[in-house]
Design a protein around this ligand. Structure first.
Ligand code: MG
Length: 452
């Protein structure tokens, strides 16, 4: 199997104007455009390098003979929504939650799902041949601007929740847009949902002056303080391209992404009397517990949001997600969507008439621990093979969908090689914190032993 040289798990991500130059972006866009054809939508986040890369991409697409629609600055899922409904493909310029110096290019297919591995390789091959197909001057198509898609996207989110219930609850919401693409959607959406909205970092700014675009607890201290000081019902934070949402409860507690996933899963299964849930092998057992209770079935893929999205499409699933709080509603967008995730949680709070802390407390409770350890890339395959052999001699049940997941009596441990860094990641989950800590250390010792 040939290896991808440019693409990570979803597109290309590099330091802007180092590897990710206009020439690089343009040549990649010609390669993609010549394979796809038709009308391609282009959009991006608020990064300072986005206009430079976007114009290079538009030039490349036009050069390949595609018609191009420029959607402007907007969330990744808004582009995915637009492509699924109106276009033949799409390119999104974003580095998601990464620091300001990075940017990236994500390619989606006609369903708005990140292109598959086969297509990654086809685009790369044309790129490295440096001889992609360009059209003659009289076959160069038009470039359009489209700025209505954000309004349509917001309206479509509103159609998918109980508007009356949310309006009646009169929730006080603090939204931290992180100066990212969510500035153009989130405050307006919550306003339309009848919430009392206080916005934080809601000025689009690619230098991300207010906070780092990754919505982890350490970066959300201002939001946490504001929720407590102002007595809000909930704090909501988006990452840089507004595909992920993180919640702060009314007491100022950071809610881990897998809890939000479980909360929304429960409501979706209740409302639909069951259904198919898709997630990854690294997600909490709570997802399985809830599925069992509410007539659901769970399929687990390898780690990667586009794998979950693809499976939801192929199996006609109800709902999906990842442990980091990326939630996928396949009847809307085949990718993580922050706006609908946030609206769904507001709907659950309104309908259940309970505080967010209470709703989280009612979910099955597990403890997770994460560790990582260095390992050279060329050793990874050998180490994984040795670990599989080692644990099977110990008699544990093993799942090898992605790395090695080992089921023990107290819980599970998953050991996965990183796709982008020379490290192994190890996650463990158990019913107690102590036991999760013990298990993650056991996982690391296993890697050390097999890498010796
Ligand atoms: Mg993102």
């Amino acid at each position: 199997m040939s290896e991808r040289r440019l693409f990570g798990t979803f597109g290309v991500r590099r330091v802007a104007n180092e590897v990710l130059t206009p020439e690089f972006a343009s040549l990649l866009a010609v390669s993609y455009g010549s394979l796809v054809g038709g009308t391609i939508a282009v959009g991006g986040d608020t990064r300072t390098s986005t206009p430079m890369i976007k114009h290079a991409i538009i030039a490349g697409l036009l050069s390949s003979g595609c018609e191009v629609v420029d959607l402007g600055i907007l969330p990744t899922p808004t582009v995915q929504y637009a492509v699924r409904n109106y276009y033949d493909g799409g390119i999104i310029i974003t580095a998601s939650h990464n620091p300001p110096k990075y940017n990236g290019i994500k390619f989606v297919d006609e369903l708005g799902i990140g292109i598959d591995r086969e297509m990654d390789l086809a685009v790369e091959e044309l790129y490295f041949n440096e001889n992609p197909k360009r059209v003659t001057w009289d076959n160069i198509k038009l470039l359009y601007q489209e700025d209505k898609i954000i309004d349509e996207y917001i309206n479509e989110v509103m159609k998918r929740v109980d508007l009356d219930a949310i309006k009646e609850a009169k929730l006080k919401v603090i939204i931290d847009c992180g100066s990212g693409a969510g500035c153009f959607t989130a405050p307006y959406l919550f306003e339309k949902l009848g919430c009392e909205v206080i916005s934080l970092n809601a000025q689009p700014d690619g230098s991300f002056p207010g906070r780092n675009p990754e919505p982890i607890e350490a970066n959300l201290q201002d939001l946490i303080t504001m929720v407590k000081e102002l007595g809000a019902d909930v704090g909501i934070a988006h990452d840089g391209d507004a595909d992920r949402t993180i919640f702060i409860d009314e007491e100022g507690h950071f809610i881990p992404g897998d809890k939000t996933f479980a909360l929304v899963e429960k409501q979706m299964l209740k409302d639909d009397n069951g259904g198919l849930i898709v997630t990854t092998v690294a997600t909490s057992t709570a997802i399985y517990d809830i599925a069992k209770e509410y007539n659901g079935k769970v399929i687990a893929t390898a780690v990667g949001d586009l794998l979950v999205a693809r499976k939801l499409h192929d199996e006609n699933g109800l709902f999906g997600g990842e442990e980091n709080g990326g939630l996928i509603f396949p009847d809307f967008v085949y990718g993580r969507d922050a706006a609908l995730s946030a609206s769904k949680v507001l709907e659950i709070m309104a309908k259940e008439k309970k505080s967010l802390s209470k709703l989280i407390e009612e979910l099955p409770n597990y403890f997770n621990e994460k560790m990582k350890i260095e390992c050279p890339d060329d050793m990874k395959e050998k180490v994984i093979k040795k670990i599989s052999e080692e644990v099977s001699t110990l008699g544990f049940r093993v799942d090898t969908t992605d790395g090695v997941k080992i089921f023990k009596e107290e819980g599970w441990v998953i050991i996965r090689p990183s796709g982008t860094e020379p490290i192994f990641r190890c996650f463990a989950e158990s019913k107690s914190k102590e036991s999760a800590e013990k298990m993650v250390k056991w996982g690391i010792s296993l890697i050390e032993k097999c890498n010796g």
